[in-house]
Design a protein around this ligand. Structure first.
Ligand SMILES: NC(=O)c1ccc[n+]([C@@H]2O[C@H](COP(=O)([O-])OP(=O)(O)OC[C@H]3O[C@@H](n4cnc5c(N)ncnc54)[C@H](OP(=O)(O)O)[C@@H]3O)[C@@H](O)[C@H]2O)c1
Length: 268
């Protein structure tokens, strides 16, 4: 059955591929972003900046005015700020959380009353494998995604009585605009004591992302989640080694996990 779907971050990468595949599968899709590319988008474009409360309210109202309901919300908008944790200014830290965590909570808060009144709905939050393990020189990105994890766990219990499902998706590395959109802290751009490790970690993350899966892989996984009546709470989507380490991590001592990640990112 066709569902009314609002997806944020729909103008690029994972959100774009997912919005397009959901459309192909017969759903009615509203794709939100700051630059929605209204002429070319195959879905209904919605102009929304998730860091701006009024913009989120206006975007959600647009969908409700047209359709009267939202069956599925997919929170995919996101960006990354790279750098040594010591080098982040308070503003840079705030900016990372404002898009990737607070942005998601703004959209959920505005959409929830409409789902609760119908006692049905599905909220799919795009986290990351970086939300399951702290990644060097992407520390605030990881921290914001960890926040998505805790928030989603609590949310699932609070809205279960209203028959609204919460799903967390943890993608591994995917080839998207994320890599070219990543920004770096002002201090790291100028060079700091962390330079050597910062540069090798950034080179590794860029190589991993550029060699990552096609976004269509994640889109197919989300289409399946949308179709399922009773989806699992979590789906880890990525290369076998990334899924393996994510599942293994809770059983490994911290020193071993740190050694594996430091070795991978050539941080010594
Ligand atoms: N690519 C990966 O390897 C990877 C891995 C794990 C998790 N993820 C997560 O997947 C999600 C999508 O990332 P992607 O890889 O598809 O990156 P992307 O290609 O850069 O797409 C990011 C999307 O987010 C939107 N966006 C950014 N800031 C926004 C804001 N303030 N308000 C509204 N929309 C905003 C962008 O649209 P506008 O610029 O038009 O606003 C764009 O549509 C992110 O949450 C990311 O953390 C990605």
């Amino acid at each position: 059955m066709a569902q009314i779907i609002l997806i944020t971050g729909a103008s690029s990468g994972l959100g774009k591929a997912t919005a397009e595949l959901l459309m192909t599968n017969g759903h009615i899709v509203y794709g939100a972003s700051r630059k929605p590319n209204a002429d070319k988008a195959p879905y209904h474009p919605v102009c929304m900046d998730v860091t701006d409360e009024q913009s989120v309210i206006n975007g959600v109202q647009k969908v409700i005015a047209a359709e009267g309901r939202i069956d599925v919300l997919i929170n995919c908008a996101g960006m990354g700020i790279g750098g040594a944790l010591e080098n982040f200014s308070a503003d840079e830290t705030q900016k990372q959380f404002d898009t990737n965590f607070f942005g998601m909570t703004r959209v959920v808060r505005v959409v929830l009353p409409f789902m609760r009144s119908r006692k049905s709905g599905k909220i799919i939050n795009i986290s990351s494998i970086g939300g399951l393990m702290g990644l060097p020189f992407q520390g605030h990105y990881s921290a914001a995604k960890y926040a998505v994890e805790g928030y989603s766990e609590a949310l699932s219990m609070e809205i279960n009585p209203y028959h609204i499902k919460v799903v967390v998706v943890n993608p591994g590395d995917f080839r998207t605009g994320f890599t070219s959109s990543r920004v770096f802290t002002e201090k790291d751009k100028l060079g700091s004591d962390y330079d050597k490790n910062f540069k090798s970690a950034v080179a590794t993350m860029e190589r991993d992302e550029n060699g990552g899966f096609d976004p269509a892989v994640l889109a197919r996984a989300i289409v399946k989640i949308v179709r399922k009546k009773n989806p699992s709470f979590r789906y880890i989507v990525g290369r076998l080694d990334q899924r393996f380490i994510a599942h293994l991590k809770p059983f490994l001592p911290h020193w071993l996990m740190s050694w594996i990640l430091s070795d991978h990112y050539k941080v010594s």
